[in-house]
Design a protein around this ligand. Sequence first.
Ligand code: ATP
Ligand code: MG
Length: 285
Amino acid sequence: MEVGEQAKELIKLVGSKENISNTKFITVASGKGGVGKTNFAVNFAYVLSNVYNKKVLLVDADMGMANVHILVNVDTKKTLKDIISGVPVEEVIFTTRGIDILPGFSGIDMLEEVEESSVLRLVQSLDDISKNYDYIIIDTGAGIDNRIVSFIKASSKTYVITTPEPTAIIDAYALIKSVKKIFGYSEFRIVVNMVKNRNEGFDTFEKLKNSAKKFLEIDLSLLGILPNTKNMKKSVKNKQLIAEIYPSDDFVRELKVIASSELGEPPPPEKTRFWEKVVNLLRRD
Ligand SMILES: Nc1ncnc2c1ncn2[C@@H]1O[C@H](COP(=O)(O)OP(=O)(O)OP(=O)(O)O)[C@@H](O)[C@H]1O
Ligand SMILES: [Mg+2]
């Protein structure tokens, strides 16, 4: 069997185990770049882990532009590439703020070139760790290349992030169209990010929903509407997470609603400590 074929067989095997272990794989994708995928993925992982006590692995699958580790401010030495070379996966994953992170992923395009035994080891070690998690969130790069489509196809759900900009909506539509037409996949949930107000979010979603209904026969569902917030820039600049330092920002509140609908559980009561509240209030300048 060719390495490529063997990898496909293994991926099938891993895919079928997903159901047994109950681990949910969610890919975060977009058509246009810079719409907020990585910030969404990191903060969503944070909320799932710290508010809902879920065990979360965040995989940085943005080949070549991997930047999850920059957002969480951790200097990583090893990436997924090292797992292929035989480094145990535990040495590559790092934990920060209750989230396990698999950094990098650049080099996965070498899959066809590496030895069969290395491919086996890679799939096996990813499969082994998958079982330890409730959620595996995969942050991808913008657009539609083969690698991104593989993540989408293997995921139980794909969150497509768009903004109200016409270019972002058209590119989100193009992504959905390609994946639906070529692979018959339609498990998309829409997140509209950087809105001025909720109406702008609903209008954006309606545009996407109507086109998908009319031309692709897909009933898209809206997962959430996230506001444009100054606190995002501030937290990114300070190398901190908005979910961590501005827990009462509307962006974070809405992330909790999204997590709640994902989990089918109501949000737990807020557990902000007194001093935490004081510090957060002081921060609001
Ligand atoms: N809700 C928001 N409010 C304000 N700024 C935001 C919001 N979401 C994201 N941003 C800003 O938009 C920029 C792009 O965000 P991010 O890197 O998460 O996008 P991306 O989709 O992952 O980009 P890429 O396609 O390059 O991977 C960042 O500067 C981020 O701070
Ligand atoms: Mg990104």
